[in-house]
Design a protein around this ligand. Structure first.
Ligand code: PHE
Length: 563
């Protein structure tokens, strides 16, 4: 007896919009985006960002929703079945889809670790804040137990000590145990929520968390906006903070801190790296080409709207990123540390975990803000990481025809192996960095080309257009499919080639010299080989049985619906 997957659907349209928006809104919005804006020239970054939004995010997310719902209608929920059915059951495409699964799987292995940092920091702030009124709630042990942090380097020291960035295996010592426990807790809630199913687990949770995220953001923004010019220094008011993000030109300083001129917007715009960074940010932030949106869309009912839902989810994400993320993180850094100080940091972790804690210390109600900020990050990241877990679970269910429970267990087991490398090799966060580089930067570009190529050239613009229009509550522009084919696809190819020529060689050379990076790559290759084999075997079985539909419907019958 074949174990047919049961039909699973979202409970409501608002539910799916909130779930997809929940997937999109995460650490990328509140940590990565502000970090990138500051790194790439403030307002000048916003120009390629908006271009990528129009050229990449909207058309590609639409095509991803369409592919997902189409595949879901045929009983497929993982990229393996999705690529297979959309390509007219081509084995090669199915295998590409199966292998694209490695992207959400690997991102998940370090994303949940960062999620745990956020929860840990939130609890730390809560502990610090409650201490004076006698609850004595503290977390952690050793040097930092219950301490109120000082300023300057101490935050960096604290960050390194907490995340184990000083020493491999630090999380497995007594001092590291609290973060390790927090990480295990985060892995468990993610897989448990996915185990509960799309509507009872993911949708319900996303609906509950959305107001909480908005409330936290509102508290933060009101606090930040009412600070005025807290230090009374020129160029460090709230409006200066906003101006830093939106003005395309900005001041240039010499080594002793004097303004020596203004950088032209062209300096940033003519630097191709700005374009790469903006496009990569869009992928990451909107959760596209990482198997998340298409998997979620495959659980939409066959004729439910996708055009309006897709646009609403993207719009919600952009609001949270540009408005909320932009207001919350950049202005306070400028207000307290000045635009030169903000220039000095190089990674988004530095902004979130080192610069902002300095700022919270300086501002009135800073302890509360610290808690609210990190709690917001934590809540937003749970709804994102669930969408990284679901494709994996759907994939194993399709490949092994097993129950959801078995699939969740297998996913969690492999997750723990990959996550172990990240959690053990914490020195300099090298493993995390390797995972992030290959799977949040390189792989999405690669699979974006495959996915967009599949939608535009193999599945075809006619079907794409038809699918988007089916059941749509708004009239999607007919040129959308052409934008995917003639603008988004070539744009992606150009950006990817440029990206590879610029970044690949240096990174490969660096990898060859570092054993942790090599170990990580070894793990990736094993995972890819596993996904490849599983895809080949699954497709062979589908073909041998003459079943080419996730529900087990005969090929002939299914063929009619394809034509
Ligand atoms: N969009 C999420 C964020 O901004 C990250 C993510 C990417 C989640 C891809 C799912 C898929 O943090």
């Amino acid at each position: 007896m074949r174990n047919k997957p049961r039909h699973e659907h979202w409970g409501s349209q608002i539910g799916v919009v909130l779930a997809v928006a929940g997937s999109a809104v995460g650490l990328g919005n509140f940590l990565r985006f502000p970090g990138q804006v500051v790194n790439y020239g403030g307002g000048a970054f916003m120009i390629p960002y908006v271009v990528s939004l129009l050229l990449v995010a909207i058309p590609i997310s639409m095509s991803e929703w369409a592919l997902g719902r189409f595949a879901g209608r045929h009983g497929y929920h993982s990229p393996l079945g999705m690529y297979y059915v959309a390509s007219g059951r081509k084995r090669g495409w199915g295998i590409v889809g199966g292998m694209s699964m490695c992207v959400p799987f690997v991102i998940d292995m370090y994303y949940i670790f960062v999620e745990a940092w956020c929860l840990f920091y939130a609890l730390k702030y809560l502990g610090g804040m409650l201490e004076p009124i006698g609850l004595g709630f503290t977390l952690g042990s050793g040097d930092f137990a219950g301490m109120r942090l000082g300023s300057g380097d101490e935050y960096e020291r604290f960050f390194n000590a907490t995340t184990g960035a000083n020493q491999n295996g630090a999380l497995f010592s007594r001092a590291g145990a609290p973060l390790l426990a927090t990480t295990i807790f985060c892995v468990a809630i993610n897989f448990l929520l996915v185990y509960r199913g799309v509507s009872k687990g993911i949708e319900k949770f996303s609906k509950r968390v959305a107001p909480l995220i908005l409330l936290c953001a509102l508290i933060m923004i009101i606090r930040v906006a009412t600070l005025g010019n807290p230090l009374g220094r020129p160029g460090q008011s709230f409006l200066d903070g906003l101006g830093f993000m939106w003005n395309p030109t900005r001041d240039v300083y010499n080594a002793s801190g004097e303004i020596i001129g203004r950088a032209s917007v062209w300096t940033s715009l003519l630097n191709p790296e700005t374009w790469l960074a903006a496009t990569a940010q869009i992928f990451y932030s909107v959760s596209i080409c990482i198997c998340a949106v298409c998997t979620y869309a495959s659980y939409v009912r066959p004729k439910d709207d996708i055009a309006l839902s897709g646009l609403s989810a993207t719009a919600t994400n952009e609001f949270c990123e540009v408005v909320l993320g932009g207001l919350m993180a950049i202005p306070p850094a400028i207000m307290f540390l000045g635009s030169r100080a903000a220039d000095g940091f190089s990674s988004s972790f530095q902004l979130g975990f080192i610069v902002l804690p300095n700022v919270f210390e300086l501002m009135p109600l800073g302890q509360l803000c610290g808690f609210v900020f990190f709690f917001l990050l934590f809540s937003a990241s749970v709804t994102s990481s669930m969408s990284l877990v679901l494709p994996v679970v759907a994939f194993f269910r399709e490949a092994f025809r097993c129950s959801r429970g078995a699939s969740v267990l297998l996913g969690a087991a492999i997750h723990l192996v990959g996550a172990f490398i990240v959690i053990w090799f914490t020195k300099g966060l090298t493993a995390l960095d390797t995972y992030d580089f290959w799977f949040a930067n390189f792989a999405p570009f690669l699979f974006a080309i495959f996915q967009t190529g599949l939608a535009a050239f193999v599945w075809g613009t006619a079907k794409l257009r038809e699918e988007i229009a089916l059941g749509s509550k708004i009239k999607p522009p007919t040129f959308l499919a052409f934008v995917v084919k003639y603008l988004s696809f070539p744009y992606l190819v150009v950006i990817a080639i440029f990206w590879a020529s610029k970044n690949l060689k240096g990174r490969v050379l660096a990898t060859m010299q570092d054993y942790v990076a090599q170990l990580s790559i070894g793990f990736f290759l094993l995972l890819l080989a596993f996904l490849f084999t599983l895809s080949v075997v699954t497709i062979r079985r589908w073909r041998a049985e003459g079943i080419s539909d996730g529900y087990g419907i005969q090929t002939e019958k299914e063929d009619n619906s394809r034509s």
